[in-house]
Design a protein around this ligand. Structure first.
Ligand SMILES: [Fe+2]
Ligand SMILES: [Fe+2]
Length: 298
């Protein structure tokens, strides 16, 4: 039996951000307008308080492992990603080990990929079994469960483009990696959903572009569960004819009135989830709801 904490889309920021002249000719300009003028900053204004409460949960609730499904930052600045790592206590004694994948905000512009901003900052949570020298995919074994980190985020040029993709090279490595794993439930951790609450793909400019190809690869790899974020409202999907394994969206852990994270207990092939939500007056988390999923065995 293992205990996992799943959180996502914390979207922290930092001061100063470290703007360079060349940043004004990237997607960061539109992101900054959204942040400062279109209300995004207000939606995340308590994010640092929520993070302090979240870190208290991580340190005191007996988790074996932490699962982060991306969007640590707002505009992908290394300073923001570094702030997230500091507030989470990544690699600190007293904080459980973790697994992390970047969100589209963490690879906001191409420079993020060259700098390896996310992978370098979250290095202690990127330790795992690999089939090549790339940062993703990799697998970690926690108790009897395999966690497989798959990067579905990519930089985008247009202000309105928040789409993702798992490139062919990574998908091939994912298939190869899966062949090396021994028995036990296999859980993918990725930023993007395969499907929305209604079992349909997301709108074109927000979706994982090759979601069907990725779903088929995951099914062939015997995946039992897909953990993700990107959508800021939480939901879970039981398996059905479109999706051969269940999926859980954590939603944003820090956005006002959507804030929460999930406490999973996996016993054999059964997952019991407790959704914990942030309570603003007490600046702490409380139970909101529970649900159970049977993880399909291969
Ligand atoms: Fe997000
Ligand atoms: Fe996202």
């Amino acid at each position: 039996m293992i205990r996992l904490a799943h959180f996502s889309d914390i979207h922290l920021t930092a001061q100063p951000l470290g703007w360079q002249a060349s940043d004004w000719f990237t997607k960061r300009t539109a992101g900054w307008v959204n942040l400062r003028m279109l209300g995004r900053a207000a939606r995340f204004r308590e994010a640092n308080d929520v993070m302090a409460a979240l870190r208290h949960e991580f340190a005191t609730r007996g988790f074996d492992h932490l699962v982060f499904s991306g969007d640590a930052s707002t505009l992908g600045f290394p300073q923001e990603i570094h702030a997230a790592v500091q507030r989470l206590g990544v690699g600190d004694p007293g904080v459980p080990p973790g697994i992390a994948v970047p969100g589209n905000h963490d690879v906001y512009i191409r420079r993020n990929l060259r700098q390896r901003s996310f992978a370098a900052a979250f290095a202690p949570w990127l330790v795992g079994q690999r089939v090549n020298g790339d940062d993703y995919p990799f697998a970690q074994k926690v108790g009897h469960v395999w966690l497989i980190a798959l990067n579905s985020a990519k930089p985008n040029t247009f202000a309105w483009d928040a789409s993702g993709r798992v490139e062919a090279r990574q998908l091939a490595a994912f298939r190869q990696l899966c062949r090396q794993l021994d028995a036990g439930p296999r859980i993918v951790v990725s930023h993007y959903p395969l499907l929305m609450e209604n079992h349909r793909p997301e709108p074109f400019w927000h979706r994982l572009r090759n979601w069907a190809e990725v779903r088929d690869a995951a099914a062939a790899c015997g995946i039992s569960l897909w953990l993700h974020g990107h959508r800021h409202r939480w939901y879970y999907l039981p398996a059905n004819e479109v999706l051969p394994f269940p999926a859980i969206c954590c939603g944003s852990s820090t956005q006002r009135h959507r804030w929460g994270y999930h406490d999973y207990t996996i016993d054999g092939w059964e997952l019991q989830a407790v959704r914990r939500v942030y309570d603003e007056p007490s600046q702490s988390f409380r139970d909101e709801t529970t649900f159970t999923l049977e993880l399909p065995a291969r």
